[in-house]
Design a protein around this ligand. Structure first.
Ligand SMILES: [Zn+2]
Length: 391
C-alpha cells in the first residue's frame, strides 16, 4: 500500500464514522465498528483523533434509537461544529431559524406576512432577521455552513427560480436562491415545502422506520412529497407530488391550474372553509371548521369527512403507482382524528389494489412547528468539508 492510498483509506474510514454518527445519533464504539465494518481499534483511533479536533463528543445522554446496547459512554457527533439557517416561508407567517448541525432550531425569529410583498422588500426583511439571529447568538457567519429556503410554490428543476403565479405573485420568475446567496454569501438550498416536510418526516417523524414514504401536507391546498430510498423524488421538472391537482371530477370547479375538479378544490383547507361560510360566517377559517367538527357540529363534521373521503380516493390511486411503505398525513386535517382518517382509509381501501391497501396511513409525528426544522434540514451537511476545515 502506498502512503497516498493509506491516507485515503484513513480519510474514508473517519468520514464513514462521522456520517454514521450524524445519521444515527450517539453510539458506543463497538456499535460504530459493526455499522462501519471497521475494527474496534481503528474506530478507537478515529474517535480519539476526532474528539481532539472537536468533531465528536462523549455523550452520557440517551443513546440513539438505533442503539441496542445501552451500556457505557456513547460517542456523539458534535452538532455545534457549525450552524445552519432555515427560512420557512409560509403564506401567513415566515420564520427564520438558527439551527445546529443536527437541524435542531436553537433560536427562531418570526417575520410578518410577506405574501403580497415585493420580493426585494421581503428578502431584506428576512436577511435582517437572519443577521439578528446570528448577532444574538454571538455566531460569526464563518460558522454557517448553508441556508435552507422552504417555499410553498413550484420551482424550476434546478431549484433556482420561483414558478407559478398564484401563491407569491410578486416573486414569480425571481432568481430567489441567487439573491439570497449574494446577500448572505452562503450556499442557499431552495426546496418546495411539501418536499422538505416529507424529508423531515422520514428523518425524525412517523417515517423514520421506512425508506420510502409518501407525505401528504394538508393546509390551504393539498401537496405531497415523495421520499424514495431516503431521498426526495422531485421528478424530471421538479414538480413530482402535485396530488392537489389530480382531477376527481372533470366537470368540477375550475382550479387556478387550469384544470377542473382538482382534489384541492374539494379537500384543500381553503375550499372546505369556503363551503361552510354560508353556515358559519364569512370569516370562517379551516381552524374554525376543525374546532366545530371537534365539538360535534354536523355540517363541519360532514365537510371534514368529505375531505378525508376525497383525499383517500386520490391516495389509493397514487399508492397503486408508487406502492410506498407508509403514507404520512400532516397539516390541518389530521387534527380531526378519525372524523378525517376514517373516511380516508375506507375510500383508500376501495381504490388501492390488493397488497397495497395494507399500507399504513398515519398522522405526522412531528409537532406543528416542524416546518422550521424541515427548512433547516434542506441544507446538506458536507462532513468531509467540516473535517478538512480542521485538518
Ligand atoms: Zn388544479
Amino acid at each position: 500500500m502506498t502512503a497516498g492510498t493509506s491516507v485515503n483509506v484513513k480519510r474514508s474510514n473517519r468520514l464513514s464514522v462521522l456520517q454514521t454518527l450524524h445519521a444515527r445519533g450517539p453510539m458506543r464504539q463497538a456499535e460504530i465498528a459493526r455499522a462501519c465494518n471497521l475494527s474496534t481499534s481503528t474506530v478507537s483511533a478515529i474517535v480519539s483523533e476526532a474528539r481532539a479536533q472537536g468533531l465528536v463528543v462523549m455523550s452520557d445522554s440517551e443513546l440513539g434509537a438505533a442503539t441496542s446496547d445501552r451500556r457505557g459512554t456513547a460517542v456523539a457527533f458534535n452538532p455545534e461544529l457549525g450552524y445552519v439557517i432555515g427560512i420557512d416561508i409560509g403564506q401567513t407567517v415566515t420564520r427564520v431559524a438558527l439551527g445546529d448541525l443536527e437541524y435542531r432550531p436553537l433560536s427562531v425569529e418570526t417575520v410578518r406576512s410577506i405574501v403580497n410583498t415585493p420580493s426585494d422588500e421581503a428578502t431584506q426583511r428576512i436577511i435582517s432577521a437572519t443577521q439578528r439571529l446570528m448577532e444574538n447568538a454571538g455566531i460569526d457567519s464563518g460558522r454557517i455552513v448553508g441556508v435552507g429556503l422552504g417555499m410553498p410554490s413550484p420551482q424550476d428543476a434546478d431549484h433556482r427560480t420561483i414558478e407559478g403565479q398564484h401563491i407569491f405573485p410578486g416573486w414569480t420568475g425571481e432568481r430567489i436562491r441567487q439573491e439570497f446567496e449574494n446577500l448572505l454569501q452562503k450556499p442557499v438550498f431552495l426546496e418546495n415545502d411539501a418536499d422538505a416536510a416529507a424529508l423531515a418526516e422520514s428523518r425524525w417523524g412517523a417515517g423514520r422506520d421506512v425508506t420510502s414514504l409518501l407525505h401528504v401536507l394538508t393546509h390551504a391546498g393539498v401537496g405531497a412529497g415523495i421520499v424514495l430510498n431516503g431521498e426526495i423524488y422531485r421528478g424530471a421538472s421538479g414538480r413530482a407530488g402535485e396530488i392537489g391537482h389530480i382531477s376527481i371530477d372533470a366537470h368540477g370547479p375550475l382550479c387556478y391550474c387550469g384544470n377542473r375538479g382538482c382534489l384541492q378544490t374539494y379537500a384543500g383547507g381553503d375550499a372546505v372553509a369556503a363551503v361552510l361560510r354560508p353556515f358559519h360566517g364569512d370569516d370562517t377559517s379551516i381552524d374554525d371548521v376543525l374546532l366545530a367538527a371537534h365539538e360535534g357540529e354536523r355540517t363541519a363534521i360532514r365537510a371534514v369527512r368529505d375531505a378525508g373521503h376525497f383525499i383517500g380516493r386520490v391516495l389509493g390511486e397514487v399508492a397503486n403507482i408508487l406502492n410506498p411503505e407508509k403514507i404520512v398525513v400532516s397539516g390541518c386535517f389530521p387534527r380531526a382524528g378519525e372524523i378525517f382518517f376514517g373516511p380516508l382509509r375506507s375510500e383508500f381501501d376501495l381504490k388501492a389494489m390488493h397488497g397495497i391497501a395494507d399500507i399504513q396511513i398515519v398522522p405526522s409525528e412531528l409537532p406543528d412547528d416542524a416546518t422550521i426544522r424541515a427548512a433547516l434540514g434542506i441544507v446538506p451537511i458536507d462532513l468531509e468539508q467540516l473535517y478538512e476545515i480542521r485538518d
